[in-house]
Design a binder for this molecule. Structure first.
Ligand code: SF4
Length: 179
């Protein structure tokens, strides 16, 4: 990595919305590069740190699409607090596997999952008011907020995270290798 132009550590927040945490695993695949990067970055709100409070950050890395009302609230809080917002992986960019339900309406999905589906032993659609409400369609992040960068792949390779973070540290545009 070239010499970073900033002396302050940049703050990175991450979260998983309707995702599988595979993108987080790829982030950790940076291996020893991660060890050198932590001289320049610090992880804040993230499943990696278990910090749950929102706070101002430089980079927000978000995997997963928007599936429910809680996802939407989290995404808007990230947009409010993160200077640079990044859609990480196919689910964040186009909805991914969770968006396969978009061919049905929510009621059909709930009935198939909880009432008539294979293996249902106690048919009941969960209705606790504290549960997040499913959105009618699973949406990619850019349909709800402005996204600054997109890391393609399922998951994106570790090298894409390295390039993104290094470019931001060096205050230049990232150049991603073609898939
Ligand atoms: Fe998981 Fe792939 Fe979606 Fe990332 S893009 S959350 S690895 S399914």
């Amino acid at each position: 990595m070239s010499q970073a132009t900033s002396t302050r550590k940049i703050r990175v927040a991450t979260c998983s919305l309707a995702g599988c945490f595979g993108c987080h695993m790829s982030l950790l695949d940076m291996d020893e590069t991660l060890a050198s990067l932590v001289e320049h970055i610090e992880f804040r709100r993230s499943p990696l740190t278990d910090i749950k409070a929102h706070e101002p950050c430089d980079i927000g890395l978000i995997e997963g699409g928007l599936c429910n009302t809680e996802n939407a609230e989290t995404l808007h809080e990230f947009r409010k607090h993160c200077r640079i917002q990044v859609a990480v992986g196919a689910c964040a960019i186009n909805g991914g596997v969770p968006a396969m339900r978009n061919a049905l309406n929510v009621r059909q999905c709930l009935e198939e999952s909880y009432l008539s589906g294979v293996g249902v032993v106690c048919p009941q659609i969960p209705d606790d008011p504290e549960l997040p409400r499913l959105l009618e369609k699973v949406m990619p992040l850019h349909q709800a907020v402005q996204i600054d960068y997109f890391l393609a792949g399922c998951p994106p390779p570790a090298a894409a995270f390295v390039e993104l973070i290094t470019a931001i540290l060096e205050q230049r545009e990232p150049h991603f290798a073609p898939p």
